[in-house]
Design a protein around this ligand. Structure first.
Ligand SMILES: NC(=O)C1=CN([C@@H]2O[C@H](COP(=O)(O)OP(=O)(O)OC[C@H]3O[C@@H](n4cnc5c(N)ncnc54)[C@H](OP(=O)(O)O)[C@@H]3O)[C@@H](O)[C@H]2O)C=CC1
Ligand SMILES: CC(C)(CO)C(=O)C(=O)O
Length: 348
């Protein structure tokens, strides 16, 4: 018997990646999406999204089925649990709320129905959820897309959406169940035919491979203020910074996780974005907007794991510490740290 009911999806964080994910899910007709918005709630609730997409074309005033400005408390509201909760926020464990606190109202301990999908960059992002929701299946979404929200509700996607979905291994659940949930999500995400969403049986490989880009180009572009085209043109950008950092991640992948990346992975990642699209990786976009950055999951976790396994990672370590200072600068700018008052001029 085929199931005719649409899958219910709660998608939290409708920015660059989230808006396109919501559009893909609804375009296929197999999902009904509720999007949780924050700074762009008013704009999207009143006029919908304005999207310019290499996959979907120009889409004006598009509104997901439901738009809300906080995560629904399903117990209080007496709602059925969602089939999927998809997280497309930035994942920044050093800045509250944590992802487990964020989803809690829609995932009370009594909820054994929902599957979580993390379409987010970085390593070990599932670990805190495996502790807080130990019987919940958690899927990994590794996305290759270039998409950004330039003003509230205005999204430009200039690189095609390629999404790898697989299950993070949860030892408390049968692996067949986890695989079938991942395959089902691939089906509903792909149904519109506008995207390349594929099932992956090795999410650790996917994540380490993507880190070769994200742990290196994201911070180097964010620190220098140069996009991926300009860092390739800049004196010393690639040979002095990007290549050494990428080589350290490739070694860590092997020593930490036994992940053998292809011999040409460094060049593939350096050349992944056509130079002339001058792509600003998401961390550079965040620095430009004065937002917090995802440096702990993109650099901190591979660095900590690499060092534990005895890998020398001097370049990544310096990048990590500069990112830490940038995060402190943003906290200072947002009034989140207390510093001694500036001294007035003292007469000699
Ligand atoms: N952009 C890209 O091309 C790619 C991004 N990624 C990854 O995808 C993930 C999402 O990135 P991206 O779409 O660029 O991020 P964006 O910053 O564009 O969007 C994130 C959205 O989440 C919202 N949000 C954050 N916290 C909350 C909260 N507590 N409640 C409700 N909404 C919240 C933000 O709202 P607000 O504006 O209020 O902060 C924002 O609208 C990241 O992990 C990123 O690394 C992966 C591949 C490519
Ligand atoms: C490289 C990219 C754009 C994915 O394709 C990304 O992951 C990011 O900007 O963080």
């Amino acid at each position: 018997m085929t199931e005719s009911r649409k899958k219910t999806v709660l998608l939290i964080g409708g920015g660059g990646v989230g808006a396109i994910a919501a559009l893909n899910l609804e375009t296929g007709g197999l999902a009904e999406v509720t999007v949780v918005l924050r700074s762009n709630f008013k704009a999207v609730n009143e006029s919908g999204y304005q999207i310019e997409s290499c996959d979907h074309g120009v889409v004006k005033n598009w509104k997901p089925t439901h738009v809300v400005n906080s995560v629904p408390d399903i117990t209080k509201e007496g709602n059925e649990p969602y089939d999927y909760i998809v997280l497309t926020t930035k994942n920044i464990p050093d800045i509250p709320p944590s992802i487990q606190d964020l989803i809690a109202p829609a995932l009370p301990p009594s909820n054994t129905h929902t599957t979580i999908v993390l379409i987010q960059n970085g390593l070990n992002i599932e670990k805190s959820l495996l502790k807080s929701h130990s019987n919940t299946p958690i899927l990994s979404g590794v996305s290759l897309i270039g998409s950004a929200e330039f003003e509230p509700g205005v999204v430009v996607q200039d690189d095609t959406d390629r999404l790898l979905i697989g299950a993070f291994s949860n030892p408390n659940l049968p692996s067949t169940q986890q695989t079938s949930l991942a395959e089902n999500f691939v089906k509903i995400y792909s149904a519109g035919g506008k995207t390349v969403c594929t099932y992956s049986s090795d999410v650790l490989y996917d994540r380490w491979r993507k880190l070769v880009y994200n742990a290196c180009l994201n911070p180097i572009c964010a620190i220098t203020g140069l996009d991926t085209g300009r860092i390739r043109l800049a004196d010393g950008g690639i040979e002095g910074l990007v290549r050494p950092a990428m080589k350290e991640i490739v070694t860590a992948a092997k020593e930490v996780a036994g992940v053998e990346l292809a011999g040409d992975v460094v060049d593939t990642m350096i050349e992944m974005d056509p130079l002339e699209i001058y792509l600003a990786p998401s961390m550079l976009a965040d620095v430009r907007k004065g937002n917090f950055i995802e440096f702990e999951n993109l650099l901190g976790e591979p660095l900590r794991e690499g060092k534990k396994a005895g890998v020398a990672m001097p370049t990544v370590e310096v990048l990590y510490n500069i990112c830490k200072a940038i995060q402190w600068r943003t906290k200072d700018a947002k009034g989140r740290v207390k510093i001694p008052p500036k001294r007035g001029a003292v007469a000699k």
